[in-house]
Ligand binder design. Structure first.
Ligand code: HEC
Length: 126
């Protein structure tokens, strides 16, 4: 039985990894969910996200505190917690402390329209 468990455990890990990969992030709707990517890029600069993140296409965004946001459009999870969908990304941007209490990314009182535009820009990073 022990041998069986030891043999099957890695298979299970592979199966789970495959299952996670099988469903790509729900990106298609990102292109039509109403945001303005150009305004989003400007907002990212204004909010100072680049202090903590490397963000392609945003001047001086070379922070090393948080993960780089290159390819965020292709990631399956946001902060390892939320499925990467437009709604979840906007929720994360507005309430990171609610999703992962105590993490370094601050709640800054971001408005919903700002979150929409920022998320739209982030989904161009693939
Ligand atoms: C003080 C540093 C800091 C600032 C400012 C900051 N973040 Fe973050 N951000 C983080 C950290 C740390 C994480 C990782 C949190 C976790 O995984 O628990 C993170 C995670 C993220 C993620 C998820 C990344 C992934 O790979 O899953 C996104 C998207 C993101 N931030 C976007 C932004 C945007 C856009 C702004 C500006 C509005 C911003 N962040 C401002 C520190 C910061």
């Amino acid at each position: 039985m022990r041998v069986l468990t030891l043999t099957l455990a890695p298979l299970l890990v592979f199966a789970l990894a495959a299952a996670a990969k099988a469903e790509p992030p729900d990106i298609s709707v990102a292109w039509t969910f109403g945001g303005n990517a150009q305004r989003g890029a400007a907002l990212i600069k204004d909010y100072g996200c680049g202090v903590c993140h490397q963000i392609p296409g945003v001047a001086n965004a070379d922070g090393l505190v948080g993960p780089p946001l290159s390819n965020i459009g292709d990631r399956v999870y946001i902060a390892g917690m939320l499925r990467n969908t437009p709604d979840n990304l906007m929720f994360w941007l507005r309430h990171p402390q609610q999703v992962v209490p105590g993490n370094v990314m601050p709640d800054v009182g971001m408005t919903a329209p700002d979150a929409r535009d920022i998320a739209t820009y982030l989904y161009t990073l693939r």
